[in-house]
Ligand binder design. Structure first.
Ligand code: SF4
Ligand code: SF4
Length: 324
């Protein structure tokens, strides 16, 4: 690779947060620009892929337009980098795989609460949803994956510098607990009733528009929110799991230096699974099953939202089926 490197960036189905993290490189980006030129990017004037040494792609492949764009980028790039959890494992946009594409469009445009004009479907020719949203590696060959939602600017800088030097960037592959300073003297055994269990186990039935909903009892829910967010009650030196607060650390890839536990907030799993985990959700269930009585797991009302939020179940994404 020559000293002058052509770099492109693109976004598919994502939120642009990974590009914001790229911009957060700030001064470091200035140094990078001495040896690299960004030739196409949604942040610049040229957005269509042109031939580059390295292309960074944010977002998952959700629409037919994403699919043709990623094929063009793959054809134009010597090295393709999947940037962030949406690109590396589907991310939040791939949660839509739990419904089919027709249901998703109807829910988004015709039924969702808060729509100003209920029942108005999009006019013109919006991009057509594929049957499933998929991680980039399930559609084309990917050379490098950078985890995170979003990845830290440090990780993006490290990857850029390695690639500019003709090397393959490497990231830690253990779980987040190895980066977390919190102590676990009781080997994760919770000291009080587990909060997620506490929140969801006891429910009231609510009727609304002829439909029946199970909701957490208000006073219990309020207590739980207080316990989680009024952090005075939580010992900032002890592992969350030991205090009965769900933390996704055991099922989440390292890389952020345990930024959330460091500010007394439990990990939500945004870096996705480690490379040796098949599924992030299955791994956290595995971990919790060792510290909770079995019936407690069945009381998790939003099992998907808690444990698969950033990396939906692989079969739901049709892993490996559609690769070109
Ligand atoms: S990985 Fe997170 S920050 Fe990046 S596009 Fe997806 S939702 Fe946004
Ligand atoms: S479970 Fe959470 S709080 Fe406990 S050691 Fe792991 S990352 Fe830290």
């Amino acid at each position: 690779m020559s000293a002058y490197v052509a770099v492109g960036t693109a976004w598919l189905a994502g939120c642009s947060g990974c590009h914001v993290a790229l911009l957060d490189l700030a001064d470091e980006l200035e140094d990078i620009l001495h040896v690299a030129e960004f030739t196409f990017s949604p942040l610049g004037d040229v957005r269509e892929p042109v031939s580059v040494d390295v292309a960074f792609v944010e977002g998952c492949v959700s629409t037919t337009e994403d699919e043709s764009q990623i094929a063009r980028i793959r054809g134009a790039a010597k090295i393709l980098v999947a940037l962030g959890s949406c690109a590396t494992c589907g991310g939040i946009p791939a949660l839509r795989n739990l419904s089919n594409a027709t249901e998703v469009v109807a829910r988004s445009y015709a039924e969702a609460p808060g729509l100003e004009v209920v029942g108005t479907m999009p006019v013109g020719e919006p991009p057509r949803l594929r049957d499933r949203a998929q991680r980039v590696a399930d559609v084309v060959t990917v050379d490098v994956e950078i985890p995170g939602c979003p990845p830290t600017p440090e990780m993006i800088g490290k990857a850029l510098k390695a690639l500019l030097a003709g090397e393959k960037p490497r990231f830690g592959s253990k779980n987040l607990c190895v980066e977390c300073d919190r102590k676990h003297p009781q080997l994760h055994l919770p000291r009080r009733q587990f909060l997620a269990d506490y929140a969801y186990a006891s429910t009231d039935v609510e009727e609304q528009d002829g439909a029946t909903f199970l909701v957490p009892r208000r006073e219990i829910f309020d207590d739980t929110v207080r316990a989680i967010f009024e952090l005075d009650e939580i010992d900032p030196t002890l592992c969350f799991l030991e205090q009965g607060v769900l933390c996704m650390g055991p099922a989440t890839r390292q890389g952020c230096n345990a930024a959330c536990p460091a500010i007394n907030y439990p990990c939500r799993g945004c870096f996705g699974p480690t490379p040796d985990m098949f599924e992030q959700g299955a791994r956290i269930m595995d971990a919790l099953a060792t510290i909770l009585p079995p019936p407690a797991l069945t009381h998790f009302e939003d099992l998907v939202g808690v444990s698969y939020r950033f990396c939906p179940p692989r079969p739901a994404c049709g892993e490996g089926e559609d690769k070109k």
